[in-house]
Design a protein around this ligand. Sequence first.
Ligand code: V47
Ligand code: SF4
Length: 396
Amino acid sequence: MAVQALDILLHNPTLSAPLLAIAKKVKAGERITFDEGVYLYEHAELGYLGVLANYIREKKHGDLTYFNRNFHLEPTNLCVYDCKFCSYSRLIKQKEEGWALTMEEMMEVVRKYDNEPVTEVHIVGGVLPQYDVAFYSALFTAIKKHRPALHVKALTPVEYHYIFKKAKIDYATGMKLMKDAGLESIPGGGAEIFHPEIREQIAKDKCTADQWLAIHEEWHKLGMRSNATMLYGHIEKFAHRVDHMERLRQLQDKTGGFQTFIPLKFRNQHNQMSHVAEVSVVEDLRNYAIARIYMDNFDHIKAYWAMISRETAQLSLNFGVDDIDGTLDDTTKIYSMAGAEEQNPAMSTKELVDLIKHVGRKPIERDTLYNVVTDYTEVVFEEEAKPQYYKLPVIN
Ligand code: V47
Ligand code: SF4
């Protein structure tokens, strides 16, 4: 279907010359340029982008749609930084509104999942001085000792830059220490928008774009994998989005260590950018599609369903997305605080599988490294218990 749709589009006499040239490149498997990326954002309509992105998605993955079973561990919502978009953190001076877990409390969270079939713990939170190299090394080691098969996906270059600087060690030494302690992959956070014109305004003081990229590069050099995000739909211009993707594409050419690109829609509740309107669902889908077209050396594009709603996640599967993250539970507060669609983002495996099947795709549970855990294509869940109805009493 995707091939036919692209062929029809290529024979559309009303298509402008630049859009025709881009469509031809996609058909030939060629890379589009920076200027073409900006052109797509400025001129391409949703239907056109969907045809191109779906063609690439189906060429790479057919109908396969990935998800994983994970839980979030959020050590603290206190933070030394003050990102303007962040609805989650409280500055240290507001500490009465925050929490900061001890090692034992963190292990309690991990133990809560002992009998759950999760394959990954995603550790993400604010930056605090007491969480240093020694603390996180001990945490990763304790988790791996307790449950060796649980994949530790933890922290971002924002934390790593901060703790390595404090410990006076370079990135290569620091990342090797983390790996030896039990860290297995790095999530995509902290990237925001790389361009200094925007980064300076929304995420001043935390690690720069070059530092973010350098830490991922060191991690990849150790033979390890990571993800990358982009926070879009606030004060950035289209060229800033393309610049962001261009920097990631260049590093990926060099290392091949990124697995997934995750565009994160800016949500405007309870933060210092509440006056900035959120972009439309159409813009979300256009953005996924352009990401799929531009990031030709990334295997996967992920939509974070808890943030954009289940319906938009379903739609996104026709606009380049092949991964919809995991069966979260209420362990993550970052997004509900920012005004995410799901205030309590929990979805059972059955619900996720149905969500994917209902739009004609094939649900695959994966582990963090995209090994197949279960192919749900043919799995039929046991019939759920019929709802009990209250029977009206018979009146004689
Ligand atoms: O870096 C913070 C974002 C990110 C808001 O790698 C916001 O699998 C929107 O990176 N509106 C952290 N976004 C989360 C993250 C992530 C999530 C899911 C999966 C993976 C992965 C990584 O959350 C931050 C920031 O860009 N964020 N506030 C907000 N108001
Ligand atoms: Fe801190 Fe991260 Fe929030 Fe920035 S986005 S204030 S670094 S928790």
